[in-house]
Ligand binder design. Structure first.
Ligand code: ADP
Ligand code: MG
Length: 352
């Protein structure tokens, strides 16, 4: 008899204990996240992080981006994967890529094809000739531009499964999508971290908004006024959930020679800075795919070169959205962003 009572009591005690465990587990899950911020310099650009999490992982994120640069994307590092690809190309052999690099190379090559070469991952020779980020850039001689153009061309890249082969002196350069790839790498890392509720990570002109903001509010991403002062914005994007956003603009990096402005987005068809009457293009990719960051970065460059009509078409082909700002301060927005983009400056106007 006594044993029965004891067992009953024991069971109810266990019940109470497990209730307490359950309640505390629930409250632990709901514990308000801290806000952690960090600014750093990585991948040749400014990294700015804001994390809503139970612990500070901003340093981990920075480390992952440094690693991406050194081990994978930098052509300055001799044994990075991109350098290995180009060393194989220079001796005419095929290179077997690691799966992540293979995904990035294939996705970039597809974008080159779909944009009819407006985005070209073999453009390195030409960007090095212009050297717009150098100390004293000047317009290169026409002849040198012609020689560089001979060497570039995405048609020289062949990819089959994980194997890449590059011919005719071309080189692969994923620098133009590096910051977007950085956003993809960070997102994949954050997905493995249960303690992170939300984050805004910007790697140069590419931004990742991740998860949920405290209180379930929208993420607000400012779009810079191309003619304005540094940091003045002309509008704002309201986004929810996880998305990658990239901007390409003619105000980012440029020099002036004989009164003419030469910016860093080059038209592979001419060898000169693209002239499409656009000031900037901002692209949003929120398809939940592993290459959303790469694509937002590459698409913004491609759309800048292609101009508004063809750029809009390309975004539709990819199921991406964007905001185009032209030199007359007219703003074109794809249908998917109509409700989510707001103009803040009186100088800019929506148009169809
Ligand atoms: P960021 O320099 O911030 O990455 P963008 O995303 O707009 O700026 O990419 C421009 C960079 O990409 C240039 O600095 C240059 O290295 C490279 N680039 C320029 N024109 C092209 C192009 N048509 N296709 C591919 N890459 C390009
Ligand atoms: Mg870009």
């Amino acid at each position: 008899m006594k044993t029965k009572i004891f067992i009953k009591r024991w069971i109810s005690l266990m019940g109470i204990c497990s209730m307490i465990v359950l309640i505390s587990a629930c409250t632990a899950g709901k514990k308000k996240p801290e806000e952690y911020t960090r600014t750093d310099f990585v991948m040749d650009t400014v990294l700015s992080e804001k994390l809503y999490a139970q612990k500070d992982l901003t340093g981990e994120i920075k480390d992952r981006l440094s690693e991406l640069e050194k081990k994978k994307l930098s052509w300055r590092v001799k044994d990075s994967e991109v350098s290995k690809v180009n060393q194989s190309a220079s001796v005419g052999t095929t290179y077997e890529m690691n799966p992540d690099f293979s995904t990035w190379a294939s996705c970039s090559l597809n974008l080159a094809k779909k944009s009819e070469g407006a985005f070209d991952p073999t453009i390195g020779e030409l960007t090095r000739l212009w050297n717009i980020e150098g100390d004293h850039p000047k317009v290169p001689p026409e002849k040198k531009i012609a020689v560089a153009l001979e060497k570039i061309g995405y048609e020289n890249i062949k990819i089959k499964n994980n194997e890449i082969r590059i011919k005719d002196g071309a080189t692969l350069d994923l620098g133009a999508v590096g910051k977007g790839i950085g956003c993809d790498v960070v997102r994949d890392y954050l997905k493995t971290q249960k303690s992170v509720q939300g984050a805004v990570i910007s790697v140069g002109g590419s931004i990742l908004v991740y998860g949920e903001k405290e209180g379930g509010q929208d993420w607000k991403v400012a779009v810079r006024a191309p003619d304005g002062e540094m940091d003045s914005s002309m509008g704002v994007l309201h986004l929810s959930g996880t998305a990658c956003i990239s901007t390409s603009g003619d105000y980012e990096k440029y020099f002036v020679e004989n009164g003419k402005k030469y910016h860093h987005i080059l038209d592979p068809a001419t060898g000169y800075p693209a002239e499409s009457n656009l000031h900037s293009v901002t692209v949003v990719c929120a398809k939940g795919e592993e290459t959303d960051g790469l694509l937002s970065d590459g698409l913004s460059t491609a759309c800048f070169v292609l101009g508004k009509e063809k750029g809009m078409q390309l975004l539709e082909d990819y199921g991406a959205d964007g905001v185009f700002i032209d030199k007359e301060k007219q703003v074109y927005v794809t249908p998917g962003l109509k409700e989510q983009f707001e103009i803040l400056s009186k100088e800019y106007h929506f148009t169809k």
